[in-house]
Write a protein that binds this ligand. Structure first.
Ligand code: GLU
Ligand code: ZN
Length: 286
């Protein structure tokens, strides 16, 4: 049984870039008669925008993408994340890190606090020890992805200095608990996948299949986001945008499909969804 999911962060309303991701993940699930879950990733509370969750859900509904089952909110799941963390602690894989951003300078973590433990009167993050030299997986769209965990990733944070659990840990716990078999998401997250595989192995979770869809870039090669003026879709007509979304995903819908009913649109799109035609990169002019 296929179980897929769409996991938006409620930091704003859905824009065209995230709509395309939602559409791809929805079509891939529905074509395989799968379930499609929605999870609100409101873990990073300082970035959460009040009401954005409701706005995203109502947009998904307006575009005809109705989800299965209950919606999970990450902000309600501290207990589950703590249990996973405890399991890593009992395996002696976790250590506190007091390093400042200044010391790290955005570089791969050098393991300083692994070798010089001290937390006296200082705030600290928790890192997981990375002991596996390389990890690889076969992405259904992007092909074989391999990462050198020691030189490209390093010991990474599972709980932040501000006390919030890190995305890497939460996503792995949630995908496992929800029985997600297929993760279809934007390829801006491709690089995070090996960290998730690593945690899945340590926590003895099954590993889902991964498909990373192209993300929409603007003419300057930047990811579409609120900051760089992604088209707002809140009150745009539905069918022309859906038509444009599947076209960007490499599908070839008949022109007239944009004038049909939503039911006819989705029936066509689900029947004809073809992952092989999805481009690895996509660009739109905004
Ligand atoms: N919440 C993440 C985002 O909106 C997606 C996480 C995922 O799909 O794994 O970028
Ligand atoms: Zn440190």
């Amino acid at each position: 049984m296929y179980i897929g999911r769409f996991a938006p962060s409620p930091t704003g309303s859905l824009h065209f870039g995230s709509l395309v991701t939602a559409v791809g993940s929805y079509l891939h699930a529905r074509q395989q008669d799968g379930r499609w879950l929605v999870r609100i990733e409101d873990l990073d509370t300082p970035r959460v925008v009040k009401g954005a969750d409701k706005a995203i859900l109502s947009t998904l509904h307006r575009f005809g993408m109705d989800w299965d089952g209950e919606i999970i909110y990450q902000s309600q799941r501290q207990r589950a994340y703590q249990d996973a963390l405890d399991s890593l602690i009992s395996q002696q894989l976790i250590y506190p890190c007091t390093c400042t951003r200044q010391r790290l300078k955005g570089k791969i973590y050098d393991g300083y606090c692994r070798n010089n433990p001290s937390t006296e009167n200082q705030p600290y993050a928790l890192r997981v020890k990375v002991n596996t030299p390389t990890l690889q997986f076969s992405d259904h769209l992007q092909g074989m992805i391999q990462q050198n965990m020691l030189t490209d990733i390093g010991d990474f944070i599972v709980k932040r200095k501000d006390g919030l659990f890190a995305y890497q840990l939460a996503v792995v716990v949630d995908d496992a608990e929800q029985g997600v078999t297929d993760v279809v998401r934007g390829c801006d997250l491709l690089d995070t996948t090996t960290r998730q595989l690593y945690l899945q192995q340590l926590l003895d979770y099954p590993c889902p299949k991964y498909t990373h869809l192209p993300i929409m870039m603007n003419a300057d090669g930047l990811k579409l986001s609120k900051q760089n003026h992604a088209p707002i879709i809140d009150d745009q007509p539905v069918l022309p945008l859906l038509h444009q979304a599947i076209t960007i995903l490499g599908q070839n819908p008949p022109k007239d499909l944009r004038y049909e009913s939503m039911q006819i649109f989705w029936d066509w799109a689900i029947d004809n969804w073809c992952l092989e035609n999805v481009p690895l990169q996509a660009e739109i002019k905004v």
